[in-house]
Design a binder for this molecule. Structure first.
Ligand code: HEM
Ligand code: HEM
Ligand SMILES: [Fe+2]
Length: 470
C-alpha cells in the first residue's frame, strides 16, 4: 500500500462481502417461493424478501464503490485521503442505517414502517428499488455528501488523472440523480418518468463511468500498459456511454403514457447502448494482451476480463434482446426482463466490485501484491462457479420468459398469468439449483480469504522477513 489512508477501504470491502452473502440467501428464498408458494409465509412474504434482496444488492455495491474510491483515489492523486476519520465515521453511519432499514423491512409491516418513519411528511416510499424509508434516504444523502466532499478534496488537492476525474464524475452523478428519489408526484406517468432517472441513468449512465474508471485503474496496475493508451480508451467509452445511455432512457417510456415519439428515440438510442459495452470488452483484452508485466495477482486479472465479457453479455446482448419497442411490447415485465436484470447487474457491477476487491485486498491485508497460490486457485474456482451458475440462471429465466411470452401474450388463445406460471415451474426449479451452485461459489470466495496465509508466511520467512498481520 502506497498511502496509509487507503486502509479505510478495508471495512467497506468486508461489509460489501457480508451483505452480498445476505443478498444471495434472500435470492434463494425468493427462488424457492416461486415454486413453493407458502415457503416461510407469513414470516417472510415474497414482497419483503424481494425488497431485501434488491436493496442489499444496491447497498453492498455502494459499499464496494466507496471502498474502491477510498482505495484508488489516494494512489491516483498521489496524496493521503483528505480525511480518513470522516471516511470511517461514514462507514459506521451507512452500515447502521443499512442494517436498521433491512431489519425494519423484516420486522415491521411495510405500511407501519412508513407511518413510523414519517413518510406522510415527505412521501418517497413504495417504489421498486427506492423502498427505503425517507429518513434512510436522507441518511444516504448525508453519507453521499460527506463521501463526495472527502474524495473531491483529495482529487482537487492532488494529481488529477482521467481515472480519478471520471470516477468523481460518476460518483457525483450517482449522488445527484439519487435526489430524484425524493420527487414523488401524484401523477403516475410523471412518477415513473422520473423514477427511471434514478434507476436507468444510474446503471446505464453514471455507474458505467464508475465501472470504466475502476477497470482502467486495475488494468493500468496489472498490465503496466501506458496510462495514455488506457485513458484514450476510457474517454471514448464514457463518451459513447453518455451519448447512447441518456436518451436510451426512452426504452422505459414505451408503455407508461408518455408521447409516442419515445418509441423511436428509445429504440434507436438504446439499440446503440451495447456499443460502449463491447468497447469495454475489446479494451480489456487488448490491454491484457499488450501487457508489459505479469502481475502475480492472476485472480484480479481474471475478474477484470470476466467483467468485460459478462457486462457485454448481460447488458449489451441481453439488453438488446428486448430493447426495440415492437419486441418490448411482448416481453415487457416478463422473465426476459429478470434474466437481463440478473446477468447485467452481476456482469457489470458485482464483478467490477469483486475485481477491485481482488486487486486491493491482498495489499490491504499486508500480503504484498497478491495472495498465495492456493488462495488464488480457490478464488478462481469461485469466479467460475459464480459466473457459470449466473449464466445458467440467465438461460433458465430466458427459457421461462420465452414460454411465458408465447403462452400468455402471443398464442392464439392467451392463457392467464398464474396458469402459465405453473407450466414453466420446471425452469424455476432449475434456476433454484443454479442459485445453490452460485451460493457454493460465493462460499469458496469467502473461504479464499482464509486460505494460504501460511504460504505467505513461509515465503516471507524464507526471505528473512516477519509476516505482516493478516
Ligand atoms: C449494466 C447495465 C444494466 C443494468 C444493471 C440493467 C438492469 C436492468 C434492470 C434491473 C431492469 C429491470 C427494471 C425493472 O425493475 O423494471 C432493466 C430493464 C431493462 N433494460 Fe437494462 N440494464 C443494463 C443495461 C441495459 C442495456 C445496455 C439495455 C439495452 C441495450 C437495456 C435494456 C433494458 C430494457 C429494454 C429494460 C425494460 C424491460 C421491460 O420492459 O420489462 N439494459 N435493466
Ligand atoms: C449476484 C447475484 C444476483 C444479482 C445481481 C441479482 C439481482 C437481482 C435484481 C436486480 C432483481 C430485480 C429484477 C427485476 O426487477 O427485474 C432480482 C430479483 C430476483 N432475484 Fe436476484 N440476483 C442475484 C442472485 C439471485 C439468486 C442466486 C437467486 C435465486 C436462485 C435470485 C432470485 C431472484 C428472484 C426470485 C427475484 C424476484 C424476481 C421477480 O420479482 O419475479 N437472485 N435479483
Ligand atoms: Fe434502461
Amino acid at each position: 500500500m502506497k498511502y496509509a489512508s487507503q486502509a479505510v477501504a478495508k471495512p467497506y470491502f468486508i461489509a460489501a462481502i457480508g451483505l452480498f452473502v445476505g443478498q444471495i440467501l434472500f435470492g434463494l428464498i425468493l427462488g424457492l417461493q416461486y415454486v413453493v408458494g407458502d415457503f416461510l409465509f407469513p414470516e417472510i412474504p415474497f414482497n419483503v424478501a424481494r425488497m431485501v434482496h434488491t436493496n442489499l444488492l444496491i447497498v453492498w455495491l455502494l459499499f464496494g464503490f466507496m471502498g474502491a474510491a477510498y482505495y484508488l483515489v489516494p494512489e491516483e492523486s498521489e496524496r493521503e485521503l483528505f480525511s480518513p476519520k470522516l471516511a470511517l465515521a461514514m462507514f459506521w453511519i451507512f452500515l447502521a442505517a443499512g442494517a436498521l432499514t433491512i431489519l425494519g423491512y423484516l420486522l415491521v409491516p411495510y405500511a407501519r414502517l412508513a407511518d413510523m418513519t414519517g413518510n406522510a411528511l415527505l412521501p418517497t416510499m413504495g417504489r421498486e428499488f427506492l423502498e427505503q424509508p425517507t429518513i434512510t434516504k436522507l441518511g444516504i444523502v448525508v453519507v453521499a455528501l460527506a463521501f463526495i466532499y472527502n474524495i473531491g478534496m483529495t482529487v482537487l488537492k492532488g494529481r488529477k488523472t482521467a481515472v480519478s476525474l471520471i470516477l468523481l464524475m460518476g460518483l457525483l452523478g450517482l449522488a445527484v440523480l439519487f435526489l430524484f428519489s425524493f420527487y414523488n408526484p401524484e401523477n403516475l406517468v410523471k412518477d415513473k418518468f422520473y423514477w427511471w432517472w434514478v434507476v436507468h441513468l444510474w446503471v446505464e449512465g453514471v455507474w458505467e463511468l464508475i465501472l470504466g474508471a475502476i477497470l482502467a485503474f486495475v488494468l493500468i496496475k496489472t498490465t503496466g500498459v501506458d496510462r495514455e493508451v488506457i485513458e484514450k480508451w476510457l474517454y471514448v467509452i464514457i463518451a459513447m456511454t453518455l451519448i447512447t445511455g441518456i436518451i436510451g432512457t426512452g426504452h422505459h417510456y414505451y408503455w407508461i403514457g408518455t408521447p409516442e415519439y419515445w418509441q423511436w428515440w428509445g429504440s434507436v438510442f438504446s439499440a446503440l447502448e451495447p456499443v460502449p459495452f463491447f468497447m469495454i470488452t475489446v479494451f480489456a483484452f487488448n490491454m491484457v494482451n499488450r501487457r508489459r508485466r505479469d502481475h502475480p495477482n492472476k485472480a484480479a486479472t481474471l475478474w477484470a476480463l470476466g467483467t468485460a465479457v459478462m457486462a457485454f453479455l448481460g447488458a449489451g446482448v441481453w439488453g438488446f434482446l428486448h430493447t426495440l419497442s415492437p419486441i418490448n411490447y411482448y416481453t415487457h415485465g416478463t422473465q426476459i426482463t429478470a434474466a437481463h436484470a440478473h446477468m447485467s447487474f452481476y456482469g457489470a457491477y458485482v464483478m467490477i466490485v469483486l475485481t477491485i476487491i481482488s486487486y486491493a485486498m491482498p495489499m490491504l491485508r499486508g500480503r504484498k501484491a497478491a495472495n498465495s497460490e492456493r488462495s488464488q486457485v480457490l478464488e478462481m474456482w469461485s469466479f467460475w462457479l459464480m459466473t457459470v451458475s449466473m449464466v445458467f440462471i440467465t438461460l433458465f429465466l430466458t427459457g421461462a420468459g420465452i414460454l411465458q411470452v408465447f403462452l400468455q401474450r402471443f398464442s392464439d388463445n392467451p392463457q392467464p398469468f398464474m396458469v402459465v406460471q405453473d407450466k414453466i415451474a420446471l425452469f424455476y426449479w432449475m434456476r433454484e439449483v443454479a442459485g445453490v451452485v452460485f451460493l457454493i461459489g460465493l462460499g469458496c470466495y469467502v473461504a479464499s480469504f482464509f486460505v494460504g496465509s501460511r504460504d505467505t508466511e513461509r515465503a516471507l520467512s524464507a526471505a528473512g522477513q516477519e509476516p505482516a498481520a493478516a
